[in-house]
Design a protein around this ligand. Structure first.
Ligand SMILES: [Zn+2]
Length: 438
């Protein structure tokens, strides 16, 4: 768990972790649903998205699971995405990585240095480290190759069970593997996912045979999944706004979409990126008329209001949602943003304070807090917010110097004592990170 926590801090500092409240909400909901139906869960899981078009997902010590945007782009439906996430959850509940480390310590202590080196690299540069870890394990010892293969099959077996219990279509695991295998059969450099998760044909056949043991279940397309996929296609893939606009327009013309709402949503997002606000408004209003509580639509409408200087309308709409779901990060972040744009920093502050108590590790909220405190002339608090933001990205040294300025700016004795305690806490975090590195 200590390695995992350090990994998440280093990942935030070194990887393009997505700070998108809608997508984070979605992936946490999906992950928690699967975790609730998995066996041997010993601690809370953390799911986060990396902006990377490679098809990949990975599990790390302590239940940290990262999912690439590329996985959303490549998956046709929610069951396919769920099959990969359920597989990663099984790697954690079965302690696969930890078991490899333990067996190395017993059988091949000489190789431990290479492994420790790979782990160190994982902390500094997660992508390179994970690759080195796999290389150390896969290339040096035949027994490890068999070991990791066994782990893959075990993760598939438990993953498909978790899928079944969570109401997904178990056939989609085999479909997804089959699609991957076919795509990369004749390619010399397979995607990362196949390097870390070898995919011999037997794995495809086995997962198909396992799915056949369950009663077939036809799962209707998931609106949150299709909306998330469309959002990633427009905002976080390599497609230009023009290209994504014609991509969704063609889907609508040929009726080749999984869900019409998602194609319309994608089209509206693309129009907004092209600054065609009134055209985007028409589509979003149509979507909202049919589904007024959908936060994907409310979020776009907020942006459209802000771009067209209708700040108060955005604030009023969001306050209605905030009264009912004050802890929802999509609602709170949008309201804080709209309030700031409207110049109402008192309102932004009123929403931000309880939110930060609820989500103390929300990097985006801390970055907003810096601006809100500056605008309100609360300089000590602004420095403190900057320190929190830096610490979340693993930069404890800079965080400590920001805190020292905050302490100098603060008159209240109690507050000063709290900040001083925080300095000590960051020193400890820095020391334990250093200890893991050496
Ligand atoms: Zn795996």
């Amino acid at each position: 768990m200590q390695y995992g926590k350090a990994f998440s801090v280093m990942a935030r500092g070194g990887l393009p972790v997505l700070d998108d409240p809608l997508l984070n909400n979605y992936v946490i909901d999906l992950g928690q649903k699967l975790v609730a139906n998995a066996d041997s869960v010993r601690f809370p899981f953390n799911f986060f998205i990396i902006q990377n078009n490679d098809i990949n997902a990975a599990a790390f010590f302590g239940g940290y699971i990262k999912i690439h945007t590329g996985l959303f782009l490549y998956a046709d439906n929610e069951s396919q995405l769920a099959s990969v996430v359920a597989h990663e959850i099984a790697h954690v509940t079965q302690r696969h990585l930890a078991r490899i480390m333990e067996s190395q310590a017993r059988n091949n202590p000489a190789n431990m240095a290479a492994l420790a080196g790979a782990l160190l690299l994982t902390l500094v540069s997660p992508e390179a480290g994970l690759a080195a870890l796999q290389t150390t394990l896969a290339l040096n010892l035949q027994s490890n190759i068999n070991f990791t293969r066994t782990h893959e099959f075990e993760a598939d077996r438990l993953g498909i069970q978790t899928m079944q219990r969570s109401g997904f279509d178990t056939r989609e695991m085999g479909n997804f593997f089959g699609k991957l295998a076919a795509k990369y059969r004749y390619v010399s450099t397979p995607p990362q996912m196949l390097l870390t998760h070898p995919l011999p044909d037997t794995r495809v056949t086995e997962s198909r045979a396992r799915a056949a043991q369950y009663k077939p279940r036809n799962v209707p397309p998931s609106l949150p999944f299709q909306l998330s996929k469309a959002r990633i296609e427009v905002r976080y893939s390599n497609m230009s706004a023009e290209a994504s606009h014609s991509f969704f327009s063609n889907q609508l013309k040929n009726k080749s979409y999984a869900l019409k709402e998602a194609a319309l949503y994608g089209q509206a997002l693309a129009l907004m990126e092209q600054q065609k606000y009134s055209q985007a408004d028409v589509i979003i209003d149509q979507l909202l008329a049919a589904d007024s509580r959908n936060l994907f639509y409310v979020d776009v409408k907020t942006d459209l209001d802000i771009y067209q200087k209708r700040h108060q309308q955005a604030v009023n709409r969001l306050q209605g949602f905030y009264k009912q779901q004050p802890k929802n990060q999509v609602v709170a972040i949008n309201l804080i943003n709209a309030a700031m744009e409207a110049g109402d920093y008192d309102l932004a502050h009123k929403v931000l304070s309880p939110f930060l108590r609820e989500y103390p590790n929300h990097a985006l909220a801390w970055s907003m807090a810096i601006k809100v405190y500056q605008a309100r002339g609360q300089l000590g608090k602004a420095y403190h917010a900057r320190a929190e933001y830096l610490a979340l990205h693993g930069d404890f040294k800079k965080a400590i110097s920001e805190l020292q300025i905050a302490i100098a700016e603060t008159d209240a004795k109690l507050e000063r004592a709290r900040l001083e305690a925080k300095v000590e806490q960051y020193k400890t975090s820095q020391a334990s990170l250093d200890a893991l590195r050496s």
